[in-house]
Write a protein that binds this ligand. Structure first.
Ligand code: ZN
Length: 333
């Protein structure tokens, strides 16, 4: 996903927080900072944010078939995926409808990702999620009051050491980037055809960016020169373009563990990658016999539109779910 798409996802997710009674106060705190989403949600892909790392493959969870010890641990049949993701994710409806493109026995096999150290997408999500909970426990009085939380750990500290709303917003927008990337099939499939330089990844990014529109595009780093209300209404207008339908209440993360939730989301995206490029024509570890995947998708616009819907709708919903998960951890029950 490119800068504009990440900015749209984060902005639209603030809209979801607003429509849920339990997260309205968090939305109110984030709202003035929405123009900064154009920077914060894109920050993890900036070259300067990847010290000591390659320009691409910086946060991935690319799976391939696995044979070896503990194979059963890496199997997740479709019924298990449904159970782990609940009923609200669009990807499950998509896979129910198109899962036959994966071929006989696909769901019964083991698949494993081996991301290089420091580049594990679920680790990036968990680390930011955990540190955000810590930062909220250290919120300054203004932020704690706005969110209706206690933040008692911050009391002995000076104002400079405590978390303010700008910092919270920036880091939640950064978290949105990693969560959105779990929904990007090319980040979750180890076949060469999903490499950034191989065409499909770039074509999909451009295609999604075109649908989101130019409003969220930035030529320079920094916030959008637009008002929060305008950003939100532009973001909501994309729902109609893509046929998106969001629940009014943001469901809780299913697993109770954000690392596991992220891994399972990547597994679903790996299956979507298999629907896009069926393993019979584009084997794992073999020579592809199908034509370039992007041209075959263009020749099947209905399937492409369904991929757009399930990837982008789930990206927004998952971001809102992970944000809600951060917030819920510091709320007194
Ligand atoms: Zn990224």
């Amino acid at each position: 996903m490119d800068q504009a798409t990440h900015a749209w996802i984060a902005t639209r997710a603030v809209g979801l927080l607003e429509s849920d009674d339990k997260t309205k106060v968090l939305a109110k705190v984030l709202r003035p900072h929405i123009p900064s989403a154009a920077y914060g949600a894109w920050l993890p892909d900036l070259t300067a944010a990847k010290p000591g790392s390659g320009l691409t493959q910086n946060h991935i969870f690319k799976m391939l078939p696995y044979k070896g010890s503990g194979e059963d641990r890496f199997k997740l049949p479709f019924a298990g995926l449904q159970k782990r993701l609940g009923s609200k994710r669009a990807v499950l409806g998509f896979l129910s409808k198109h899962g036959d493109r994966l071929g006989e026995g696909w769901w019964e096999k083991a698949y494993k990702a081996s991301p290089p150290p420091g580049k594990h997408l679920a680790n990036r999500i968990m680390s930011l999620h955990t540190s955000l909970v810590d930062r909220l426990l250290l919120a300054d009085d203004l932020l704690a009051k706005a969110l209706g939380i206690e933040a008692e750990l911050g009391h002995p500290l000076g104002k400079e050491a405590r978390t303010q709303s700008e910092e919270l917003a920036l880091h939640l927008f950064m978290l949105s980037h990693f969560v959105a990337d779990t929904c990007m099939p090319c980040h979750c499939d180890g076949r060469d055809l999903h490499d950034y330089a191989k065409g499909l990844h770039k074509e999909l990014e451009k295609h999604w960016s075109d649908q989101v529109g130019s409003f969220f595009k930035k030529s320079e780093e920094g916030p959008l020169p637009k008002k929060p209300a305008a950003c939100l209404s532009e973001a909501k207008a994309v729902d109609e373009t893509l046929g998106l339908k969001f629940p009014s209440e943001i469901p809780p993360c299913k697993s109770g563990d954000v690392w596991e939730e992220a891994v399972v989301l990547c597994r679903a995206s790996f299956a979507v990658a298999g629907v896009m490029a069926p393993p019979a024509d584009y084997p794992y570890g073999g020579k592809a016999t199908g034509k370039p995947v992007w041209s075959s998708l263009q020749a099947n616009p209905d399937l492409l539109a369904e991929i757009d819907r399930c990837v982008l709708q789930d990206a927004v919903l998952n971001v809102a779910m992970f944000w809600k998960s951060v917030f819920t951890k510091v709320q007194k029950s």
